[in-house]
Design a protein around this ligand. Structure first.
Ligand code: CO
Length: 132
């Protein structure tokens, strides 16, 4: 079901500072930057081979990422796995008793379709299924 790692998401307080750090330290470049209104976040994607580091910062206090930063501070937020078909992957997971956050697929950034699986039932990792 999992094709490859689409992205590793890191929650940061200051997106510009985090981007500058990755640029300076690793010579990384921003492949995509987007304000995702529905999630209350702004993201910057840095390409690493065929995957991305996704730096995420909240743009509203109600954003789940804002709550995450309050509780945990900056750091690893979720892992996005590329799948061929999010809808069928989600149905397969639900049929096997997985606890999902999104009951059905929804739009993600850069035109992807995504669904999140709850970290409480997946060994503490927030998992995002990503269909390009
Ligand atoms: Co993500």
């Amino acid at each position: 079901m999992l094709i490859e790692i689409d992205h590793v998401a890191i929650a940061v307080a200051d997106l510009d500072a985090a981007v500058a750090w990755y640029e300076t330290m690793f010579g990384a470049t921003v492949a995509h930057r987007e304000h995702i209104e529905s999630d209350g976040v702004e993201e910057a994607l840095l390409k690493v081979a065929d995957s991305y580091i996704q730096l995420l910062t909240p743009v509203t206090p109600e954003s789940p990422v804002a709550r995450y930063l309050e509780r945990h501070g900056e750091g690893l937020h979720h892992i996005g796995y590329r799948v061929a078909d999010v809808a069928s992957a989600l149905e397969t997971l639900k049929a096997q008793g997985a606890r999902v956050i999104d009951a059905s697929p929804r739009p993600g950034s850069r035109g992807t379709t995504v669904a999140f699986v709850h970290p409480k039932a997946s060994f503490g990792t927030l998992i995002e299924l990503v269909q390009e």
